[in-house]
Structure formats: structure tokens, C-alpha cells
Design a protein around this ligand. Structure first.
Ligand code: NAP
Length: 279
């Protein structure tokens, strides 16, 4: 039998806690401890992920950039699910803030077993030749460097090379990485392309160190992010572009993330999972 890991109620199996690091029967990594950090978790996909991970037995650190009360509402839901929650303000593009965030999580919940690199931005729909350098830098600072800074902190805590017990990183890409988002936001699409390459490279680098790294590639999902592109109705106005003829929900993306962090995905690393209704 597989010991139950954080994909299942966390403390359901004492053997799981005892066999930290390796599934004795199959040699598959067991992702302990069941403490997750989800960046950008005050709303949208991040909030849905925090709630779902709590329902599946994870304690959750909820990172946010500006909206403290939204993050606190998610934390209340995590606690109501019987798990511990901690809200942490940090701009993921700010190295010092990221370091302080991980230290706050170490002290408040303990060493994480999962990082969901969800925080991300788009910008107003625009032709590429009209995009400012400031916009390009902000896009890459938050979407790419921010995810890398968080991953670097996570690796030093999870990797067996650093004395860690293993863990999982899930990076949020986008179908835009494949489509390029012409005349809309090629900067955003390119940042997600970088996330995909980073995911594959880091997964291979850490493959023997107990750390799995995967990506989720959402299509058009019904969240507030579209308002930031100047088109708040985009999710429902774009159904003609989607083979399933509807936008996805934040929960549907969260379910893919929850699977990737669970021990059911124990042999999955370096993968990009599209959650896009066929797009
Ligand atoms: P969302 O509703 O706009 O939420 C984004 C979250 O990220 C917010 O909670 C925000 O926090 C946080 N955030 C923004 N900048 C941050 C920063 N610098 N540091 C820390 N947190 C920051 O977005 P979403 O639609 O859920 O998207 C989540 C992820 O999925 C993103 O990476 C996005 O690119 C990706 N994705 C989304 C879609 C889609 O259609 N929705 C499609 C493909 C990929 P505050 O509220 O506190 O500012």
C-alpha cells in the first residue's frame, strides 16, 4: 500500500509521517510535510487552490500583494476546513520580501512541502510596438523572476541536497505560452514561455533530490485577471475560441494543481498540464 500523503487527509496515516522522503515499497517520494505556500492566493486560482489544498489536508500559507482582507477570508476558510493558515504579504518580485515571507512561513507553520507559484499579472491589451520598457520589466519581474525567487527559497528547504524532506513545486503557465497572444499581450505570453522552460529545467535538475517540479497551463479561466487586460468580460466573450465552448473555473485549475502536489503524481515531474477546455 502507498502511505497516504498530503493529497489525502494529512494525518490519516502515521506511517506516512514516519516514512518521510521515500515510499518504502515503491521508492516513490512521499511529499511531507503537508504545508503548502500558495502565492497570489487572495483571489482567483490561488484562492481556490488554497481552499482545495486545505480540504485535502494541507496547512496553507496564503501570500498576497495588496488585498489583505481577501487573503484573510481565504485563511478563515482554511481554518474552517480544520487546517492551519497564515497570511503573508510579499511582492514576489522583491527578493528581500520573498526571503522574509519564507522565514515567516518557517516560523509560523513550519518547513513547506509544496510551493504553488501562482502569483502573476497581465497588462492592458496592446500591440507589442506600443509596450513600454517599464511594462516589459514589470511583467518579467513578477511572472518570471518572482516565481524563480520563490522556487529558489523552496529548493533550499525541500531538496535532500540541503537536508530537506523533498517536496513539490507547481508553476502557473498559460496556454498563451503556446499561442503567443498576438496584439494582446505577447509580453505575458513570453513570460509564461519562460516559466515552461524553467519548469522543465528545474525538474530535471532536482529529479534525484526528492523535489518534483511541474506546471499547469490554464486556458481562459473565469477570474478577475481579465479586468487588468481591460476586458473584464473576456472569459465569457471568448467562448468561441474554446473547443468546450465555456471558460474554465478557478476550481478546475486548482484540482489539477492539487493532483500534481499529491503523491498520486509521484512519478510526474517536468510536465506541463493544460487545463484549457481543449484550447
Ligand atoms: P487574479 O485573479 O488576477 O489573481 C492574481 C493574484 O496574484 C492576486 O491575489 C494578487 O494579489 C496576486 N499578485 C499579483 N501580483 C503579485 C505580486 N507581485 N506578488 C504577490 N502576489 C501578487 O489571477 P488568476 O486569474 O487567478 O491567475 C493566477 C495565475 O494563473 C497567474 O499566474 C496567471 O497568469 C495564470 N493564468 C490565469 C488565466 C486566466 O484566464 N485567469 C489563464 C492562464 C494563466 P493581490 O490581490 O493582493 O494584489
Amino acid at each position: 500500500m502507498y502511505p497516504s500523503g498530503p493529497g489525502l487527509p494529512a494525518r490519516a496515516s502515521p506511517e506516512a509521517a514516519q516514512s518521510r522522503g521515500v515510499n518504502e515499497e515503491h521508492g516513490a517520494p512521499v511529499t511531507t510535510p503537508a504545508i503548502a505556500l500558495v502565492t497570489g492566493a487572495g483571489r482567483g486560482i490561488g484562492a481556490a487552490t488554497a481552499r482545495l489544498l486545505a480540504a485535502r489536508g494541507w496547512d496553507v500559507a496564503i501570500n498576497y500583494a495588496r488585498d489583505a482582507s481577501a487573503a484573510e477570508r481565504v485563511a478563515d476558510d482554511v481554518r474552517n476546513a480544520g487546517r492551519r493558515a497564515l497570511t503573508v504579504r510579499a511582492d514576489v518580485a522583491d527578493e528581500a520580501a520573498v526571503r522574509a515571507m519564507f522565514e515567516a512561513v518557517d516560523g509560523g507553520l513550519g518547513r513547506i512541502g509544496a510551493l504553488v507559484n501562482n502569483a502573476g499579472i497581465v497588462d492592458l491589451k496592446s500591440r507589442f510596438d506600443e509596450m513600454s520598457t517599464e511594462r516589459l520589466r514589470r511583467m518579467f519581474d513578477i511572472n518570471v523572476i518572482g516565481s524563480m525567487l520563490c522556487a529558489r527559497e523552496a529548493v533550499t528547504r525541500m531538496s535532500t541536497r540541503h537536508g530537506g524532506a523533498g517536496g513539490v513545486i507547481v508553476n502557473l503557465s498559460s496556454v498563451a505560452a503556446l499561442l503567443g497572444a498576438p496584439s494582446m499581450y505577447v509580453d505575458y505570453a513570453a513570460s509564461k514561455g519562460a516559466i515552461e522552460t524553467f519548469t522543465v529545467g528545474l525538474a530535471r535538475e532536482l529529479a534525484t533530490e526528492g523535489v518534483r517540479v511541474n506546471g499547469v497551463r490554464p486556458g481562459i479561466i473565469d477570474t478577475e485577471i481579465h479586468a487588468d487586460s481591460g476586458d473584464p468580460k473576456r472569459a465569457f466573450a471568448s467562448t468561441g475560441l474554446i473547443p468546450m465552448q465555456r471558460p474554465g473555473t478557478a476550481l478546475e485549475v486548482a484540482q489539477a494543481i492539487a493532483w500534481l502536489v499529491s503523491d498520486e503524481a509521484g512519478y510526474v515531474t517536468g510536465s506541463l498540464l493544460s487545463v484549457s477546455g481543449g484550447r
